[in-house]
Design a protein around this ligand. Structure first.
Ligand code: ADP
Ligand code: VHF
Length: 380
């Protein structure tokens, strides 16, 4: 571990990170395409466990299902037919999940398999469901191990590369950082596989248009190369996350990055994290309804940045479902905030003025104690 003095400037976003999405790509996870590199996986799990022990929440996005399945099926060439890729992923995903589970168990940690599709993240309702399931796992101190649900996706709707999935998970959980581990030490000014003179770029802005020109495609095992990693950094920046791209084979790479060491490439968001996230939220969705708040609710939202509880809501207008954007107004009709609502309009109408501990008794279920969580709320 380095002393504070040795920490590289501009790396505070990593040293202060409380929630980190770590993406490990196919190029690293597979032993040159021959199944999973289990000892290497054990090494990353040790580092994640060390971060976890420091109180940092880690969500892992791991590739490797197709490669592991190919090895188990005795296929030496990656198939191009979607149904064969799906079959390989179905076989390999169980081995991948077991491998992580075994290594996390050495640290007395639990891991959970989360397989997502594009729809889970683009449909508002499913987005909120995926979000609350992942949050619950994180709150339970479980390490979610996320991958694309390759077995059920078709070509048209697949992420294809896990860099994009990692960035969307970082958005979903408002992570502070996305760490992309790959087989190169970071982003170079040209593809080092083809240009031995290529130089490492230590830092940059995620939205710098010059980056895309430097990035090439992926290797035989990986999918997107640096092109998708830069796009992922741009996506992650929308919700304020910083992205680090680093070589996964370097000793203790994760813990060293979080200690502020100048490894790999750091791509920063244009705006400060919270501001970026709120902008992203504010620009996101169409408003479907209106909640009228009492004076107390207006003042806690404005002055304390609190969540909106049903007890402070006097009226509901419009037809909306869980996950829709609604506008909150005061009793004079003045706009106060916008946010993603946890209950549909019918349920919300039944909860007006009620304390949160009554939600379950009134509705027969409880999605969340708040009508709008403060992370999903933008004060106007
Ligand atoms: N400018 C660049 N800097 C670094 N690597 C690059 C660049 N352009 C293309 N690449 C290639 O991207 C590959 C990593 O991406 P990929 O194969 O998709 O791996 P992963 O499975 O980790 O996502 C590297 O092996 C490298 O050859
Ligand atoms: N979902 C796929 C991984 C896709 C993939 O290879 O992505 P990447 O590691 O970003 O190049 C699998 O588990 O095989």
């Amino acid at each position: 571990m380095q002393s504070n003095d040795e920490r590289a400037p501009g790396r505070e976003a990593l040293t202060g990170a409380r929630r980190v999405v770590v993406k490990i790509g196919s190029a690293l996870l597979t032993d040159d395409g021959r199944g999973l590199d289990e000892p290497a996986i054990g090494g990353w799990v040790d580092q994640i466990a060390a971060l976890h022990a420091r109180g940092i929440e880690v969500v892992l996005v791991s590739s490797g299902a197709v490669a592991a399945g190919m090895a188990q099926l005795g296929w030496s060439v990656r198939p191009s037919a979607v149904h064969e890729l799906q079959a390989a992923a179905a076989v390999g995903q169980t081995g991948l999940a077991q491998c992580y589970q075994g290594h996390f168990a050495r640290h007395e940690l639990r891991s959970a398999q989360v397989l997502l599709t594009h729809d889970d993240l683009s449909n508002r309702k499913r987005y909120l469901n995926a979000r609350s399931a992942l949050r619950t796992l994180v709150d339970l101190r479980v390490i979610p191990v996320v991958n694309e649900n390759d077995t059920v996706v078709t070509d048209e709707i697949r992420f294809g590369d896990n860099d994009t999935l990692g960035a969307l998970v970082a958005n979903l959980l408002e992570a502070d950082a996305l760490v992309i581990l790959t087989d190169q030490e970071g982003l170079y000014d040209a593809d080092p596989r083809h240009n031995p003179q290529a130089a490492l770029i230590p830092e940059g802005r995620a939205d710098d248009p010059r980056l895309a020109a430097m990035a090439g495609g992926g290797g035989v095992l990986g999918r997107g190369g640096m092109t998708t990693k830069i796009r992922a950094a741009r996506l992650a920046a929308r919700s304020g996350a910083v992205t680090a791209i680093a070589g996964g084979r370097q000793a203790d790479v994760l813990t060293r990055l979080i200690d502020g060491e100048r490894l790999g490439t750091l791509l920063r968001p244009e705006h400060a994290p919270l501001a970026a996230r709120k902008r992203w939220l504010a620009g996101q969705l169409k408003v479907r309804g209106t909640l009228t708040l009492d004076a107390g609710a207006v003042s806690v939202l404005r002055d304390r940045g609190s969540s909106l509880l049903p007890v402070g809501v006097r009226a509901v207008e419009g037809h909306f479902v869980r996950g829709d954007m609604v506008v909150c107004v005061d009793e004079q009709g003045e706009r106060v905030a916008k946010g993603l609502v946890n209950y549909g309009s019918d349920a919300a109408a039944r909860l007006l003025g009620q304390p949160s501990h009554q939600i379950e008794a009134i509705l027969g279920y409880m999605e969340a104690p708040e009508l709008i969580h403060r992370d999903n709320l933008v004060v106007l």
